[in-house]
Design a protein around this ligand. Structure first.
Ligand code: HEM
Length: 216
């Protein structure tokens, strides 16, 4: 039965050849455990996407509703504490992993030609990962969220030339409120997942095309 499904898909989509190409792709001999951090970062992203979707079923953005909806998730929903904790812990782990991955690439000199574009894509991925963390921090709308966002948006506001615009854009008003939360939520659950996925696809395409860099 299942073989029939595979045959059906293979005739139409050539799935056997595609899966063979993935499974039989040779990894260079010099690749060791130091090369696993990019993959771990990707795994973190997948966990964030899965747990984030589950949280979004019950989270209600709004300065009156956000905090109580998070309490509701924790107190009343089955495995709510587990799912929220996974999301919060994995967010921190993802940031640590992306930094370790970036250091691995840097110290192996893997940014050298022809991989400069992949390094630049990586830098953008790094900023997006940090922005994911920052935008998510406000969502529970507790004291920590409020003050962290206040400090963060003031730091953004101190940037030369663009600071004022950036702070206005982030706050969506003169102070943190409903409009700020809506903006952060949109950035966190719509804009960043789409843009980061697009850049990840480019990152992986380039790795596949150029292969893993030779040691220095
Ligand atoms: C969401 C973040 C990221 C994910 C999921 C990711 C994933 C990966 C994976 C799976 C690999 C192949 C295995 C490995 O070398 O670890 C890789 C390679 C690479 N990454 Fe990333 N990466 C991310 C961010 C970054 C950042 C921040 C940089 C640098 C600023 C970067 C630059 C590179 C480069 C240049 C390579 C090729 C390395 C080589 O050929 O040896 N990546 N990435």
């Amino acid at each position: 039965m299942s073989l029939g499904v595979v045959d059906f898909l293979d005739e139409r989509l050539d799935v056997r050849r595609i899966s063979r190409e993935f499974a039989e792709h040779k990894v260079p001999d010099h690749v060791n455990w130091l090369y696993c951090f990019g993959g771990i970062t990707f795994l973190c992203f997948l966990i964030q996407a899965a747990t984030g979707v589950l949280l979004a079923f019950y989270y209600r953005p709004g300065s009156d509703t956000a905090y109580t909806s998070v309490l509701h998730i924790m107190d009343d929903m089955p495995y709510g504490v587990v799912i929220r904790s996974l999301h919060a812990w994995t967010a921190n782990i993802m940031i640590i992993m992306v930094i370790v991955h970036m250091l691995r690439v840097f110290f192996h000199g893997a940014y050298r030609p022809p991989r400069e574009l992949n390094w630049v894509t990586g830098v953008l991925l790094f900023f997006m990962t940090v922005t994911f963390g920052f935008s998510g921090y406000l969502l529970p709308m507790n004291q920590l969220s409020y003050w962290a966002t206040k400090v963060g948006t003031e730091i953004a506001g101190a940037m030369p030339f663009v600071g004022g615009y950036l702070q206005d854009f982030l706050l969506a008003g003169s102070k943190i409120g409903d409009a700020t939360l809506t903006r952060f939520y949109t950035i966190h659950v719509i804009i960043l997942p789409i843009v980061l996925s697009m850049f990840l696809a480019a990152h992986f395409y380039m790795i596949r095309k150029q292969g893993i860099a030779d040691p220095l």
